[in-house]
Design a protein around this ligand. Structure first.
Ligand code: FE
Length: 227
């Protein structure tokens, strides 16, 4: 049942923001200020929404290693991922979900496919009681035809409950790619706005990125359906 579900999420969003729902039957957001409404959702202030599903692409491999550090010595700007999984209907953190990530190295290459050996830049972590999974990796490189991205799958109880891709702002990519080892390849041939997958919900899959030491921390909350 889509309708009750939508209203449940909506009222929870208002509750999370400490606001009363003005009219439970109304089909639009009544409150746009003080941390509620679509603007707050897109800014990340309120994040209990269903993450958009996106293609897993051609380079997924099952049975990746369970490990926090997936770099295997691959050079690049350090990136720590703070990936949270919540139930998109109840807004509750999900403990014990297996978060599976994979991405290209600084030269735009994936491990284990297309004749490339190794398992670099692939891994799985279980979410903790706060729904949080952490990875230590590097900022991804780009490959032809795609904006910079990281692939993700979330497994729960043996089922895949989410398949998505994380994106970075073009401005951040431009900044990171000024340095080696990225600088020798120039900038991606596709911006976020020009990316066919980003155009279908990618703005809800932008990592929130903060500088940290010589690298960055990228955070996002994934709202998933569990049933
Ligand atoms: Fe990819």
């Amino acid at each position: 049942m889509q309708l009750p579900d939508r209203f449940t999420r909506r009222s929870l969003l208002f509750r999370a923001a400490g606001l009363a729902v003005a009219g439970a039957g109304a089909a639009t957001w009544e409150v746009e200020e003080a941390g509620a409404g679509p603007r707050a959702v897109s800014s990340g202030a309120v994040s209990c929404i269903l993450s958009p599903e996106m293609t897993e692409g051609p380079y997924y491999l099952p049975r990746e290693a369970v490990r926090r550090n997936i770099t295997e010595g691959k050079p690049g700007t350090p990136l720590t991922l703070h990936l949270s999984v919540v139930n998109a209907s109840m807004c509750k953190p999900i403990k014990g979900a297996a978060v599976d990530v994979w991405h290209a190295d600084a030269s735009g290459v994936y491990s284990g496919v297309q004749g490339v050996t190794g398992t670099f830049l692939r891994g799985i972590q279980r979410t903790d009681a706060n729904g949080l999974a952490l990875f230590d990796t590097i900022y991804p490189g780009w490959y032809r035809g795609r904006a910079v991205h990281i692939h993700v799958k979330v497994h729960l109880g043996g089922n895949v409950v989410h398949t998505g891709q994380f994106f970075f702002s073009d401005a951040l990519t431009d900044e990171v790619y000024k340095s080696a080892p990225y600088s020798s390849r120039g900038n991606p041939d596709v911006t976020d706005a020009a990316d066919s997958i980003y155009r279908n919900g990618g703005s809800k899959s932008l990592l929130s990125v903060k500088k940290s030491g010589s690298g960055y921390v990228g955070s996002i909350v994934m709202g998933v359906h569990t049933g």
